[in-house]
Design a protein around this ligand. Structure first.
Ligand SMILES: [Zn+2]
Ligand SMILES: [Zn+2]
Length: 221
């Protein structure tokens, strides 16, 4: 987290996701980071479609071309220089030297996208990986353990252990297990660092207001 992160630039490289679906994902990201990210802008990255790209290189290109807080979503495989075969191909990554994160949709669909259900699952996985990487842009760190949000789903920052599951098992156990609400630890961080209001603050406030309303009514009666 280096600069102003309240505006997110979502840059799409590839064609697996429609523009309107990306808009839905953008709004879901805003909702999950409400109070922290105020708006998003969608841009189509004009670059030839490639089969795979170095993750670090892509973050550098996106930083140079767009700058600021960026989430790149690409169809291409993201490669890293890590010798480990699994880590060599990653779902998403974040460059610690800027505010650019990238997500690859290439391995998020284990079957063919031939039904609405399969497409919905594919979008849901893209959202979950995006929330994780944008979370890193905002300074959140990985949970090695299974940390849950108040609704019982895994916090988007849950990382788990890759090698325990293999990548398809990992998608099902960790990525599909994540929700869109953050755990208390992450919520606390977002409140402290970004001054965001807790999701339940409004409900409590509404409760207080209605209590005051009742008192006034009683007094008036
Ligand atoms: Zn992570
Ligand atoms: Zn968390």
């Amino acid at each position: 987290m280096l600069g102003n992160t309240s505006k997110l630039h979502i840059v799409r490289a590839g064609s697996d996701i429609t523009y309107s679906s990306l808009k839905v994902i953008g709004n879901q990201i805003l909702d999950a980071f409400r109070g922290t990210i105020q708006e998003f802008q969608l841009t189509r990255h004009k670059a030839p479609v490639v089969d795979s790209i170095d993750a670090y290189f892509l973050t550098k290109i996106l930083d140079q071309e767009y700058g600021g807080h960026v989430l790149g979503i690409t169809d291409a495989d993201l490669k890293t220089k890590d010798a480990d075969a699994f880590y060599n191909c990653i779902f998403g990554g974040k460059n610690p030297h800027n505010d650019v994160a990238v997500v690859s949709t290439k391995k998020l669909c284990t079957d063919r996208i031939d039904s609405n259900k399969a497409y919905k699952l594919f979008l849901d996985r893209t959202l979950k990986v995006s929330l994780h990487e944008v979370g890193h842009n905002l300074g959140l760190t990985d949970h090695a353990a299974y940390q849950t949000a108040q609704d019982g789903t895994l916090c988007p920052m849950s990382r788990g252990e890759y090698n325990k599951f293999g990548y398809i098992g990992y998608i099902r156990a960790i990525i599909d297990g994540r929700g869109t609400n953050f755990c208390d630890e992450c919520e606390y961080f977002l409140q402290k660092m970004h001054g965001r209001r807790h999701r339940w603050t409004r409900l409590v406030k509404d409760g207080l207001e209605s209590t005051i309303g009742i008192k006034r009514l009683r007094r008036g009666a």
